[in-house]
Design a protein around this ligand. Sequence first.
Ligand code: SF4
Ligand code: SF4
Length: 353
Amino acid sequence: MKFFLEKSYNISIAKDKPASLIHFVTNQCNARCPHCFIDFNNEITQKDTMSLENIEKLTHKVGNQLMNVNLTGGEPFLNPQLEEICNLYLQNTSIDSLFFSTNGAMTNKIVKMAQNLYGQYPDVIYTFSISIDNLGLKHDDYRKVKNLYQKALQTYHLLKDISDNIQPNITITVCEENADDIEEIFNTLFFKEDIRSITANIVRDEGVYQLNPKSKNKISSAYTNLIKLITQNKAQYSGNNYLAKMMNEKEKIMYQYIQQIYTNPKYILPCNAGGGLMGVIYPNGDVYPCEVLNKKMGNLYDYDMDLLKIWSLNNDLRKSIKKTKCHCTYECAWSYNILSSPKHISQLALKGI
Ligand code: SF4
Ligand code: SF4
Protein backbone atom coordinates (compact mmCIF):
# COMPACT_ATOMS: atom_id res chain seq x y z
CA MET A 1 0.00 0.00 0.00
CA LYS A 2 1.38 3.40 -1.03
CA PHE A 3 1.70 6.05 1.72
CA PHE A 4 0.78 3.47 4.35
CA LEU A 5 1.56 5.74 7.31
CA GLU A 6 -0.43 8.74 6.02
CA LYS A 7 -3.41 6.53 5.23
CA SER A 8 -3.30 4.60 8.52
CA TYR A 9 -2.99 7.79 10.56
CA ASN A 10 -5.90 9.42 8.74
CA ILE A 11 -8.26 6.46 8.87
CA SER A 12 -7.60 5.40 12.44
CA ILE A 13 -6.70 8.62 14.28
CA ALA A 14 -7.20 11.98 12.54
CA LYS A 15 -10.24 11.05 10.40
CA ASP A 16 -10.24 14.53 8.90
CA LYS A 17 -9.22 14.04 5.26
CA PRO A 18 -10.82 12.07 2.43
CA ALA A 19 -9.91 8.36 2.37
CA SER A 20 -12.61 7.58 -0.16
CA LEU A 21 -14.51 9.62 -2.72
CA ILE A 22 -17.72 8.86 -4.55
CA HIS A 23 -17.25 10.68 -7.84
CA PHE A 24 -20.34 11.01 -10.06
CA VAL A 25 -18.82 11.32 -13.53
CA THR A 26 -22.20 11.82 -15.21
CA ASN A 27 -25.90 12.06 -14.36
CA GLN A 28 -26.87 10.39 -17.62
CA CYS A 29 -27.99 6.79 -17.80
CA ASN A 30 -29.20 4.40 -20.49
CA ALA A 31 -31.53 2.75 -17.94
CA ARG A 32 -34.60 4.04 -16.11
CA CYS A 33 -34.93 2.09 -12.86
CA PRO A 34 -38.01 2.99 -10.79
CA HIS A 35 -35.87 3.25 -7.62
CA CYS A 36 -33.36 5.69 -9.18
CA PHE A 37 -32.78 9.00 -7.40
CA ILE A 38 -31.67 10.93 -10.50
CA ASP A 39 -34.02 13.45 -12.06
CA PHE A 40 -33.67 12.59 -15.74
CA ASN A 41 -36.07 15.39 -16.68
CA ASN A 42 -33.68 18.05 -15.42
CA GLU A 43 -31.95 19.23 -18.59
CA ILE A 44 -29.30 21.19 -16.70
CA THR A 45 -28.06 18.39 -14.44
CA GLN A 46 -28.20 15.94 -17.35
CA LYS A 47 -25.58 18.03 -19.16
CA ASP A 48 -23.29 18.55 -16.15
CA THR A 49 -19.79 17.25 -16.67
CA MET A 50 -16.31 18.10 -15.41
CA SER A 51 -13.45 18.67 -17.87
CA LEU A 52 -10.33 16.51 -17.76
CA GLU A 53 -8.30 19.62 -17.07
CA ASN A 54 -10.30 20.28 -13.91
CA ILE A 55 -10.21 16.63 -12.82
CA GLU A 56 -6.44 16.72 -13.28
CA LYS A 57 -6.24 19.72 -10.94
CA LEU A 58 -8.45 17.93 -8.42
CA THR A 59 -6.29 14.81 -8.46
CA HIS A 60 -3.08 16.79 -7.87
CA LYS A 61 -4.52 18.44 -4.76
CA VAL A 62 -6.34 15.62 -3.02
CA GLY A 63 -3.59 14.46 -0.65
CA ASN A 64 -1.65 11.25 -0.05
CA GLN A 65 -4.22 9.80 2.34
CA LEU A 66 -6.72 8.98 -0.43
CA MET A 67 -7.26 5.20 -0.66
CA ASN A 68 -10.16 4.59 -3.00
CA VAL A 69 -12.38 6.28 -5.56
CA ASN A 70 -15.83 5.05 -6.52
CA LEU A 71 -16.67 6.17 -10.05
CA THR A 72 -20.40 6.25 -10.43
CA GLY A 73 -23.34 8.05 -12.01
CA GLY A 74 -25.79 7.71 -13.77
CA GLU A 75 -23.98 5.11 -15.79
CA PRO A 76 -20.27 6.01 -15.48
CA PHE A 77 -19.32 4.16 -18.68
CA LEU A 78 -21.41 6.66 -20.65
CA ASN A 79 -18.76 9.26 -19.91
CA PRO A 80 -16.54 9.09 -23.02
CA GLN A 81 -13.52 10.16 -20.96
CA LEU A 82 -13.89 7.63 -18.16
CA GLU A 83 -10.61 5.86 -18.91
CA GLU A 84 -8.73 9.18 -18.89
CA ILE A 85 -10.40 10.05 -15.56
CA CYS A 86 -9.22 6.71 -14.12
CA ASN A 87 -5.71 7.39 -15.41
CA LEU A 88 -5.66 10.78 -13.72
CA TYR A 89 -6.63 9.27 -10.38
CA LEU A 90 -4.15 6.42 -10.83
CA GLN A 91 -1.25 8.64 -11.93
CA ASN A 92 -1.73 11.59 -9.60
CA THR A 93 -3.19 10.24 -6.36
CA SER A 94 -2.31 7.62 -3.77
CA ILE A 95 -5.29 5.32 -4.40
CA ASP A 96 -4.85 1.54 -4.19
CA SER A 97 -8.28 0.68 -5.52
CA LEU A 98 -10.93 1.85 -7.95
CA PHE A 99 -14.58 0.93 -7.62
CA PHE A 100 -17.09 1.16 -10.48
CA SER A 101 -20.86 1.10 -10.00
CA THR A 102 -22.38 0.08 -13.32
CA ASN A 103 -25.46 -1.53 -14.81
CA GLY A 104 -23.10 -3.62 -16.95
CA ALA A 105 -24.74 -2.84 -20.30
CA MET A 106 -21.62 -1.65 -22.13
CA THR A 107 -19.79 -4.98 -21.96
CA ASN A 108 -17.09 -4.32 -24.57
CA LYS A 109 -16.19 -0.90 -23.23
CA ILE A 110 -16.07 -2.13 -19.62
CA VAL A 111 -13.93 -5.18 -20.37
CA LYS A 112 -11.54 -3.28 -22.66
CA MET A 113 -11.08 -0.59 -20.06
CA ALA A 114 -10.47 -3.15 -17.30
CA GLN A 115 -7.80 -4.81 -19.47
CA ASN A 116 -6.13 -1.49 -20.26
CA LEU A 117 -6.10 -0.28 -16.66
CA TYR A 118 -4.86 -3.62 -15.35
CA GLY A 119 -2.15 -3.65 -18.04
CA GLN A 120 -0.85 -0.28 -16.86
CA TYR A 121 -1.52 -0.57 -13.11
CA PRO A 122 -1.55 -4.29 -12.24
CA ASP A 123 -1.20 -3.75 -8.47
CA VAL A 124 -4.37 -1.70 -8.16
CA ILE A 125 -7.55 -3.56 -7.18
CA TYR A 126 -10.53 -2.88 -9.44
CA THR A 127 -14.01 -3.70 -8.19
CA PHE A 128 -16.89 -3.68 -10.65
CA SER A 129 -20.23 -3.62 -8.89
CA ILE A 130 -22.76 -4.67 -11.55
CA SER A 131 -26.42 -4.18 -10.68
CA ILE A 132 -28.98 -6.91 -11.20
CA ASP A 133 -32.30 -6.68 -9.37
CA ASN A 134 -34.34 -9.32 -11.13
CA LEU A 135 -34.14 -12.23 -13.54
CA GLY A 136 -34.17 -12.21 -17.34
CA LEU A 137 -36.87 -10.13 -18.98
CA LYS A 138 -38.10 -8.90 -15.60
CA HIS A 139 -34.74 -7.19 -15.07
CA ASP A 140 -34.79 -5.73 -18.60
CA ASP A 141 -38.35 -4.46 -18.10
CA TYR A 142 -37.62 -3.06 -14.65
CA ARG A 143 -34.55 -1.14 -15.85
CA LYS A 144 -36.02 -0.51 -19.30
CA VAL A 145 -33.02 -1.72 -21.30
CA LYS A 146 -33.25 -4.53 -23.85
CA ASN A 147 -31.01 -7.56 -23.08
CA LEU A 148 -29.59 -5.86 -20.00
CA TYR A 149 -29.71 -9.04 -17.90
CA GLN A 150 -27.65 -11.03 -20.40
CA LYS A 151 -25.21 -8.19 -20.93
CA ALA A 152 -24.68 -7.72 -17.19
CA LEU A 153 -23.98 -11.46 -16.77
CA GLN A 154 -21.59 -11.45 -19.71
CA THR A 155 -19.76 -8.43 -18.30
CA TYR A 156 -19.33 -10.22 -14.97
CA HIS A 157 -17.98 -13.43 -16.54
CA LEU A 158 -15.55 -11.68 -18.87
CA LEU A 159 -14.19 -9.45 -16.09
CA LYS A 160 -13.63 -12.28 -13.64
CA ASP A 161 -11.28 -14.05 -16.05
CA ILE A 162 -8.89 -11.10 -16.47
CA SER A 163 -7.03 -11.17 -13.17
CA ASP A 164 -7.34 -11.76 -9.44
CA ASN A 165 -7.12 -7.98 -8.96
CA ILE A 166 -10.21 -7.44 -11.09
CA GLN A 167 -13.13 -8.38 -8.91
CA PRO A 168 -16.58 -8.09 -10.43
CA ASN A 169 -19.61 -8.70 -8.29
CA ILE A 170 -23.34 -8.61 -8.82
CA THR A 171 -25.12 -6.18 -6.52
CA ILE A 172 -28.78 -6.82 -5.79
CA THR A 173 -30.66 -3.78 -4.49
CA VAL A 174 -33.55 -5.15 -2.46
CA CYS A 175 -36.66 -3.09 -3.18
CA GLU A 176 -40.44 -3.41 -3.17
CA GLU A 177 -40.48 -4.84 -6.70
CA ASN A 178 -38.09 -7.77 -6.09
CA ALA A 179 -38.66 -8.50 -2.39
CA ASP A 180 -41.03 -11.42 -3.03
CA ASP A 181 -38.60 -13.10 -5.46
CA ILE A 182 -35.32 -12.61 -3.64
CA GLU A 183 -34.62 -16.30 -2.99
CA GLU A 184 -35.27 -17.28 -6.60
CA ILE A 185 -33.09 -14.39 -7.81
CA PHE A 186 -30.18 -15.43 -5.60
CA ASN A 187 -30.45 -19.13 -6.40
CA THR A 188 -30.63 -18.53 -10.14
CA LEU A 189 -27.68 -16.15 -10.15
CA PHE A 190 -25.52 -18.29 -7.88
CA PHE A 191 -26.30 -21.85 -8.97
CA LYS A 192 -27.46 -21.48 -12.58
CA GLU A 193 -25.55 -18.46 -13.82
CA ASP A 194 -22.40 -19.27 -11.80
CA ILE A 195 -22.18 -15.82 -10.19
CA ARG A 196 -19.92 -16.44 -7.20
CA SER A 197 -19.72 -12.89 -5.87
CA ILE A 198 -23.00 -11.28 -4.82
CA THR A 199 -23.53 -8.26 -2.56
CA ALA A 200 -26.73 -6.77 -1.17
CA ASN A 201 -27.92 -3.19 -1.07
CA ILE A 202 -31.20 -1.98 0.34
CA VAL A 203 -33.32 0.72 -1.23
CA ARG A 204 -33.58 4.08 0.57
CA ASP A 205 -35.17 7.50 0.07
CA GLU A 206 -32.90 9.61 -2.11
CA GLY A 207 -33.28 12.41 -4.66
CA VAL A 208 -36.54 12.03 -6.56
CA TYR A 209 -37.18 8.51 -5.18
CA GLN A 210 -39.44 8.14 -2.16
CA LEU A 211 -39.87 4.76 -0.55
CA ASN A 212 -43.39 3.55 0.25
CA PRO A 213 -43.22 3.31 4.07
CA LYS A 214 -45.71 0.43 4.04
CA SER A 215 -43.25 -1.74 2.09
CA LYS A 216 -40.36 -1.37 4.55
CA ASN A 217 -41.08 -4.53 6.55
CA LYS A 218 -41.34 -6.63 3.41
CA ILE A 219 -38.08 -5.18 2.03
CA SER A 220 -36.34 -5.71 5.35
CA SER A 221 -37.35 -9.40 5.52
CA ALA A 222 -36.18 -9.96 1.94
CA TYR A 223 -32.84 -8.29 2.76
CA THR A 224 -32.40 -10.56 5.80
CA ASN A 225 -33.16 -13.55 3.62
CA LEU A 226 -30.66 -12.45 0.98
CA ILE A 227 -27.93 -11.91 3.58
CA LYS A 228 -28.55 -15.42 4.89
CA LEU A 229 -28.15 -16.85 1.39
CA ILE A 230 -25.00 -14.82 0.69
CA THR A 231 -23.46 -15.93 3.99
CA GLN A 232 -24.46 -19.61 3.75
CA ASN A 233 -23.10 -19.90 0.22
CA LYS A 234 -20.03 -17.68 0.78
CA ALA A 235 -21.04 -15.64 -2.27
CA GLN A 236 -18.35 -13.07 -1.56
CA TYR A 237 -15.54 -11.14 -3.24
CA SER A 238 -13.42 -13.81 -4.80
CA GLY A 239 -10.02 -12.09 -5.07
CA ASN A 240 -7.15 -13.48 -3.02
CA ASN A 241 -5.97 -9.96 -2.18
CA TYR A 242 -5.99 -8.06 1.12
CA LEU A 243 -8.82 -5.79 0.00
CA ALA A 244 -11.18 -8.63 -0.92
CA LYS A 245 -10.54 -10.26 2.47
CA MET A 246 -11.18 -7.01 4.32
CA MET A 247 -14.24 -6.18 2.25
CA ASN A 248 -15.75 -9.60 2.92
CA GLU A 249 -15.32 -9.15 6.66
CA LYS A 250 -16.63 -5.58 6.49
CA GLU A 251 -19.71 -6.67 4.50
CA LYS A 252 -20.61 -9.23 7.18
CA ILE A 253 -20.51 -6.55 9.88
CA MET A 254 -22.35 -4.00 7.73
CA TYR A 255 -25.16 -6.43 6.85
CA GLN A 256 -25.78 -7.09 10.54
CA TYR A 257 -25.99 -3.38 11.33
CA ILE A 258 -28.22 -2.51 8.37
CA GLN A 259 -30.63 -5.30 9.25
CA GLN A 260 -30.90 -3.83 12.75
CA ILE A 261 -31.60 -0.26 11.70
CA TYR A 262 -33.63 -0.42 8.47
CA THR A 263 -37.07 -0.56 10.09
CA ASN A 264 -35.89 0.70 13.45
CA PRO A 265 -33.52 3.62 12.66
CA LYS A 266 -30.96 4.19 15.38
CA TYR A 267 -27.39 5.30 15.94
CA ILE A 268 -24.72 2.59 16.15
CA LEU A 269 -21.34 3.98 15.01
CA PRO A 270 -20.10 7.55 14.40
CA CYS A 271 -20.38 8.59 10.76
CA ASN A 272 -17.19 9.88 9.12
CA ALA A 273 -18.78 11.48 6.05
CA GLY A 274 -18.49 15.19 5.32
CA GLY A 275 -15.12 16.65 6.24
CA GLY A 276 -14.15 13.26 7.65
CA LEU A 277 -13.14 10.18 5.69
CA MET A 278 -15.47 10.36 2.74
CA GLY A 279 -17.47 12.65 0.54
CA VAL A 280 -19.35 12.86 -2.72
CA ILE A 281 -18.44 14.88 -5.82
CA TYR A 282 -21.23 15.61 -8.31
CA PRO A 283 -20.70 16.35 -12.02
CA ASN A 284 -21.30 20.09 -11.47
CA GLY A 285 -18.47 20.26 -8.90
CA ASP A 286 -20.71 20.28 -5.83
CA VAL A 287 -19.27 18.43 -2.85
CA TYR A 288 -21.57 16.79 -0.28
CA PRO A 289 -20.86 14.61 2.78
CA CYS A 290 -22.87 11.74 1.32
CA GLU A 291 -25.82 11.07 -0.99
CA VAL A 292 -28.33 11.46 1.85
CA LEU A 293 -27.60 14.56 3.94
CA ASN A 294 -28.62 17.72 2.11
CA LYS A 295 -25.75 19.91 3.35
CA LYS A 296 -23.49 21.17 0.60
CA MET A 297 -19.85 21.46 1.65
CA GLY A 298 -18.86 23.70 -1.26
CA ASN A 299 -18.29 23.68 -4.99
CA LEU A 300 -14.90 22.71 -6.42
CA TYR A 301 -14.97 25.48 -9.03
CA ASP A 302 -15.08 28.09 -6.23
CA TYR A 303 -11.86 26.69 -4.75
CA ASP A 304 -9.81 26.03 -7.91
CA MET A 305 -10.61 22.28 -7.58
CA ASP A 306 -8.94 22.15 -4.15
CA LEU A 307 -10.95 19.50 -2.32
CA LEU A 308 -8.80 19.67 0.81
CA LYS A 309 -9.63 23.38 1.10
CA ILE A 310 -13.34 22.52 1.08
CA TRP A 311 -12.64 19.81 3.63
CA SER A 312 -10.85 22.23 5.95
CA LEU A 313 -13.81 24.62 5.83
CA ASN A 314 -16.19 21.90 6.97
CA ASN A 315 -14.76 20.97 10.35
CA ASP A 316 -17.98 22.12 11.99
CA LEU A 317 -20.08 19.91 9.72
CA ARG A 318 -17.86 16.92 10.54
CA LYS A 319 -18.24 17.58 14.26
CA SER A 320 -21.97 18.17 13.97
CA ILE A 321 -22.53 14.87 12.11
CA LYS A 322 -20.85 13.11 15.04
CA LYS A 323 -22.49 15.21 17.74
CA THR A 324 -26.01 14.75 16.40
CA LYS A 325 -25.37 11.01 15.99
CA CYS A 326 -26.48 11.22 12.40
CA HIS A 327 -27.45 7.76 11.13
CA CYS A 328 -28.76 6.10 7.97
CA THR A 329 -28.28 2.98 5.83
CA TYR A 330 -26.04 4.51 3.12
CA GLU A 331 -23.68 1.60 2.41
CA CYS A 332 -20.69 3.67 1.18
CA ALA A 333 -20.53 5.56 4.48
CA TRP A 334 -21.01 2.36 6.48
CA SER A 335 -17.94 0.87 4.82
CA TYR A 336 -15.66 3.62 6.11
CA ASN A 337 -17.45 3.89 9.45
CA ILE A 338 -16.69 0.23 10.06
CA LEU A 339 -13.15 0.36 8.64
CA SER A 340 -12.25 3.28 10.91
CA SER A 341 -14.04 2.08 14.04
CA PRO A 342 -11.81 1.14 17.01
CA LYS A 343 -14.33 -1.65 17.62
CA HIS A 344 -13.65 -3.29 14.23
CA ILE A 345 -10.33 -1.98 12.90
CA SER A 346 -8.07 -4.72 14.29
CA GLN A 347 -10.48 -7.49 13.24
CA LEU A 348 -10.47 -6.11 9.67
CA ALA A 349 -6.72 -5.52 9.59
CA LEU A 350 -6.10 -9.13 10.66
CA LYS A 351 -8.38 -10.39 7.88
CA GLY A 352 -6.46 -8.31 5.34
CA ILE A 353 -3.03 -9.74 6.27
S1 SF4 B 1 -28.78 2.03 -13.64
FE1 SF4 B 1 -28.36 3.23 -11.80
S2 SF4 B 1 -28.18 5.35 -12.51
FE2 SF4 B 1 -29.17 4.17 -14.16
S3 SF4 B 1 -31.36 4.46 -13.82
FE3 SF4 B 1 -30.77 2.58 -12.79
S4 SF4 B 1 -30.29 3.19 -10.65
FE4 SF4 B 1 -30.32 5.06 -11.95
S1 SF4 C 1 -25.09 9.12 8.79
FE1 SF4 C 1 -25.84 8.97 6.69
S2 SF4 C 1 -26.90 10.89 6.35
FE2 SF4 C 1 -25.59 11.20 8.11
S3 SF4 C 1 -23.70 12.03 7.28
FE3 SF4 C 1 -23.46 9.83 7.45
S4 SF4 C 1 -24.00 9.01 5.45
FE4 SF4 C 1 -24.80 11.08 5.56
